[in-house]
Design a protein around this ligand. Structure first.
Ligand SMILES: Cc1cc2nc3c(=O)[nH]c(=O)nc-3n(C[C@H](O)[C@H](O)[C@H](O)COP(=O)(O)OP(=O)(O)OC[C@H]3O[C@@H](n4cnc5c(N)ncnc54)[C@H](O)[C@@H]3O)c2cc1C
Ligand code: FES
Length: 248
C-alpha cells in the first residue's frame, strides 16, 4: 500500500489537549473503526503515527487526537508552524468494527480518546436498523459527546472528576445483559473490565486494541497482541478483536 499526500482543511484545538484534524479524503472505502498512519513532518527517523477515523464524507476524513508526545504535538502544530497544508496518509488500515455481524440493541462504550472511533460506528449501526446506546467515559473535560445525539438512542456520560453526568467509571453504568452486543474502545483496564462483565452474561463483545505501531501494515511486529489463537498483529489482524479471544 502506498501513502498519499493529502491537504489539511482544518487542524484546530477543541478543548485542552484534544484536536480535530480534517483532511482531503484518499481513495477507497473506509469502514468504521479503521485507522490511518499519519505524518506531517519531514524527519525520516520519526515514524508515522496511528490515528482512528473519527468522521468521513465524500470529500474529507476527520481525526480527533490527543497530544501525547512528539508526533502528535508536531501534528497539532503542522498547519500553523510552516503554513504547509500537506499531510501524508497511509490507509485506511485494519479491520474495523463488525457492524454487519450484530443485530438489535447495541452498546458502544468509549473511554477518553477511544470515543471518536465510535462515531461512524454508531452511525452505521443505526443506519442498519439497530438501536444504539452510547456509554462515554471521561477523566475530566468532556468532548465530542453532542455529536452522538443524531446517531444513537441514549447517551450515558460519566467523568471521574464529576464535572458532568455520573461521577465515576462508565463501567458502573453499563448493564451488558440488556444488550445483544457491545463494542468498546478505550483504556485497556476499562476494556478488560467490560469483557469480564459481558462474559458473565454471554453478551458478545468486541474491543479495539491500542498498541505501539511501527509500520501499520503487518510487517514489523511492533504491535503484537496476545490472543487465545497466538500472537496477532494489531494493525493487520485488528485493531478490533473479539473479547473472548484477547489475553489481557
Ligand atoms: C489503532 C490505533 C488508533 C489510535 N487512534 C487514536 C485516535 O483516534 N486519537 C488519538 O489521540 N490517539 C490514537 N491512538 C494513539 C496514538 O497513536 C498515540 O497517542 C500516538 O502515536 C503517540 O505518538 P506521539 O509521538 O505523540 O507520542 P510518543 O512520544 O510516541 O509517546 C507519548 C506517550 O504516548 C504513549 N504512546 C505512544 N504510542 C502509543 C500508542 N499507540 N498507544 C498508546 N500510547 C502510546 C507513549 O508510551 C508515551 O507515554 C491510536 C493508536 C492506535 C494503535
Ligand atoms: S505496526 Fe508493524 S506489524 Fe503492526
Amino acid at each position: 500500500m502506498q501513502y498519499t499526500k493529502q491537504t489539511i482543511i482544518t487542524n484546530k484545538r477543541l478543548i485542552g489537549d484534544i484536536f480535530l484534524l480534517q483532511v482531503t479524503r484518499p481513495e477507497g472505502e473506509i469502514r468504521p473503526g479503521q485507522f490511518f498512519m499519519l505524518k506531517s513532518w519531514n524527519e525520516e527517523l520519526t515514524l508515522m503515527r496511528p490515528i482512528s477515523v473519527y468522521r468521513f464524507d465524500e470529500q474529507s476524513v476527520s481525526f480527533m487526537y490527543r497530544v501525547a508526545g512528539k508526533g502528535t504535538r508536531w501534528l497539532s502544530e503542522c498547519s500553523q508552524r510552516d503554513r504547509n497544508k500537506d499531510i501524508m496518509l497511509l490507509g485506511p488500515l485494519g479491520n474495523g468494527f463488525p457492524c454487519e455481524e450484530v443485530h438489535g440493541h447495541i452498546a458502544l462504550v468509549g473511554g477518553g480518546i477511544g470515543i471518536p472511533p465510535l462515531y461512524e460506528t454508531a452511525k452505521k449501526l443505526t443506519a442498519l436498523g439497530n438501536q444504539v446506546d452510547m456509554y462515554l467515559g471521561y477523566k475530566d473535560v468532556l468532548f465530542a459527546f453532542e455529536e452522538f445525539e443524531d446517531v444513537s438512542e441514549n447517551i450515558f456520560i460519566s467523568s471521574e472528576a464529576g464535572f458532568e453526568g455520573y461521577k465515576g467509571f462508565i463501567t458502573d453504568l453499563l448493564k451488558p445483559e440488556q444488550y445483544d452486543a457491545v463494542f468498546t474502545c478505550g483504556p485497556l483496564v476499562m476494556m478488560r473490565k467490560i469483557v469480564e462483565m459481558c462474559q458473565l452474561h454471554n453478551t458478545p463483545i468486541w474491543c479495539s486494541m491500542e498498541k505501539h505501531m511501527g509500520c501499520g501494515i503487518g510487517a514489523c511486529l511492533t504491535c503484537s497482541c496476545k490472543t487465545t489463537n497466538g500472537m496477532k498483529r494489531t494493525c493487520k489482524d485488528g485493531p478490533v478483536f473479539k473479547g473472548e479471544e484477547l489475553v489481557f
